[in-house]
Write a protein that binds this ligand. Structure first.
Ligand SMILES: [Zn+2]
Length: 615
């Protein structure tokens, strides 16, 4: 229980004005709720249209027997079904948001806690147009930030950790029921779901060279993946649910350009834009962090993106640890920002920012890792911030809860111990490849072998499937001009230590281990890709995306796992579980030639995509 204590919830309430005065006074619509597991407080975000007195009237009331607390929002109606969330492991047991039964003009939020929970730890704050309910001792200041962009991809294993939700049996429009319909077996009417959704996509609008997503909660978008045949760019939005009836419809957004959104996995949305201009599509995030425009940046009409202009007010740098630094920019009004993450450079467009102070900006970052960052004003666009990045840096951007601050956090990879000479370190130095002329070296590791059979079902052995696929991968790569080293090329036993030694001696660019999964049950199926080191994430993403798009089975996602061969190798290294031997249908496929051939081909295409993109 204690381990989860830090993990409480973040709740968004999105209120907007009711256009008609049905009642004597103004009535505000409470249209949605969302939450996150990473913070120690509940946050309600309310737009500026709510007048001060309404917000001032929100009071927090604590009660005992049972231990609970509640607050009311007056003059408001709930336009979504009653919300009822159950929690199992963080002191907070349940949150109910409903229209008050005795006074129908009130939306009431009640939180139930464990009996021994100390209610005195809870504090209630209002900061600008945000309401915070602090559930443990953390300092809440004006600088609460929401993650808007991240380079690393959330693992689907992040999902089953802390929240549970029970779906009501009726009300088909309920979000919980919708999740059930999408993911649970159809006949379980009241199954407990574990849920970690902080954004709900309600609407998709296709535009010329752009797509607009509207929803509620808070968006975090992940680094895009660029795929070929056909040329497309793929954006994942973690912790997100897509409304059922807008999934998987293809919209035209231009000549030979289409967009489609799907529920990629249980807690991840995926947007696929098919276009030849993959490099030009960037995400643009609204100032309330609830709408997302993905658009060709050459064709954005920036004036449609905002209604107010903003100026840059202040600039600051913070060193978080040896590898990690942050840049924080503050503005006079909420900002609309776009992010273009290229391999060696980050560009942030601040569409409604009109002024900044060049001297102050340079002075703030002069002796920091952001010294090479530059800023410029572009007519009809706004402000453009550019900074060079070291290869394999991890970028995260955060928007202040009031929309008036942007924080950019850059984590650079740990330096390898230099073997011989030391190069002078400047922000743009990258590690040179061990060989020239673009010839890439790949280690293919066929799992198990010899006396180590791996998983066995029905006289079918993991070691035979992995060797067969590994050989096909090798042959295809060699044909394409790669230099390939196998850790084994026959049915022999090779220890994990020897596999690592073979790879280290060969000094490859990447290491790919091929395994077949198994489970004690017979239901599980699908593909998983495992990585361990930060430097391996992009390799994992790229090969995984290629494999799951080629093979018709479940996408089980990426996992950070401490497997020996991917933990002890020093180059980007991944371990792919290409299917389940314990599932009779998948076993038959894995044992057949078509699936093996398609798997090898997809892995090779993934390798090609990987090297194309890190160039
Ligand atoms: Zn294995």
């Amino acid at each position: 229980m204690k381990t989860f204590f830090k993990i409480v919830i973040l709740l968004f309430l999105f209120l907007c004005t009711f256009s008609q005065n049905v009642f004597a006074e103004d009535v505000y619509k409470v249209t949605s709720f969302n939450y996150d597991t990473s913070n120690s407080f509940i946050l309600l975000t309310v737009p500026d249209t709510i007048p001060e007195p309404v917000l001032e009237s929100v009071k927090f009331v604590k009660m005992e027997n049972p231990t609970r607390a509640y607050f009311d929002i007056n003059s408001s109606i709930l336009t979504v079904p009653k919300q009822d969330w159950s929690f199992t492991s963080n002191g907070l047991k349940q949150v109910i948001v409903s229209q008050n039964s005795t006074n129908p003009n009130i939306v009431r939020t009640v939180m139930y806690f464990d009996d021994d929970y100390d209610l005195s730890k809870i504090h209630f704050y209002r900061i600008k147009n945000n309401i915070f309910i602090q559930l443990k001792d953390t300092t809440i200041t004006n600088d609460y930030f929401q993650n808007t962009y991240r380079d690393d991809h959330a693992s689907s294993s992040d999902f089953y950790e802390y929240l549970t939700m029970t779906a009501p049996e009726e009300s088909p429009t309920d979000i919980a029921n919708e999740i059930h319909e999408a993911f649970a077996s159809k006949n379980t009417s009241k199954k407990e779901l574990k849920l970690n959704t902080k954004y709900y996509i309600d609407k998709i609008t296709a535009k010329q060279n752009a797509v607009l997503l509207n929803g509620f909660g808070a968006i975090t978008i992940e680094k895009p993946m660029i795929l070929t045949n056909p040329s497309r760019i793929v954006y994942d939005i973690p912790n997100t649910l897509v409304r059922g009836d807008i999934r998987n419809t293809e919209y035209s957004i231009g000549t030979n350009e289409t967009v489609k959104i799907g529920q990629f996995s249980v807690n991840k949305a995926r947007i696929v834009i098919t276009t030849e201009d993959v490099k030009k599509y960037i995400p643009v995030i609204s100032s309330d962090n609830q709408s997302l425009l993905i658009a060709n940046y050459d064709k954005i009409n920036s004036f449609n993106l905002f209604s107010n202009v903003s100026n840059m007010l202040s600039y600051s740098h913070e060193k978080i640890d040896a590898q990690t630094n942050s840049m924080t920019l503050a503005f006079t009004s909420p900002i609309v920002h776009g992010i273009n993450r290229e391999n060696d450079q980050l560009t942030v467009y601040l569409y409604n920012v009109e002024n900044y102070n060049e001297a102050d900006f340079q002075a703030a970052f002069k002796d920091t890792p952001f010294a090479a960052a530059s800023i410029s004003l572009i007519p009809k666009i706004g402000l453009k911030l550019t900074m060079p990045l070291e290869q394999n840096s991890l970028v995260n951007t955060f928007l202040g809860a009031d929309g008036k601050a942007l924080k950019i956090i850059i984590k650079t990879p740990k330096k390898q111990q230099p073997a011989i000479a030391v190069q002078p370190i400047t922000p743009t130095v990258t590690t040179p490849k061990p060989e020239g002329k673009g010839i890439k070296k790949v280690v293919i590791d066929a799992g198990h072998g010899g006396s180590d059979y791996g998983a066995i079902r029905d006289n079918i052995n993991e070691k035979d499937i992995t060797l067969d696929v590994a050989r096909q991968v090798r042959d295809l790569l060699v044909k394409k001009g790669y230099v390939v080293q196998m850790t084994r090329d026959s049915d022999e036993y090779v220890s994990l230590q020897d596999r690592v030694a073979i790879s280290e001696n060969f000094k490859p660019d990447i290491f790919v281990s091929i395994h077949v999964n198994s489970s004690t049950g017979t239901e599980a199926s699908g593909i998983e890709t495992h990585y361990y080191h930060q430097e391996s994430i992009f390799l994992a993403q790229t090969l995984h995306a290629s494999l799951v798009s080629a093979i018709d089975t479940k996408n089980r996602g990426l996992f950070k796992s401490k497997f020996y061969v991917i933990n002890h190798t020093t180059v980007p290294a991944i371990l792919m579980e290409i299917g389940f031997i314990s599932n009779s249908q998948e076993r038959a496929e894995l044992n057949g030639s078509a699936r093996k051939k398609a798997t090898a081909k997809a892995i090779v295409e993934g390798v090609e995509n990987y090297f194309d993109q890190i160039k």
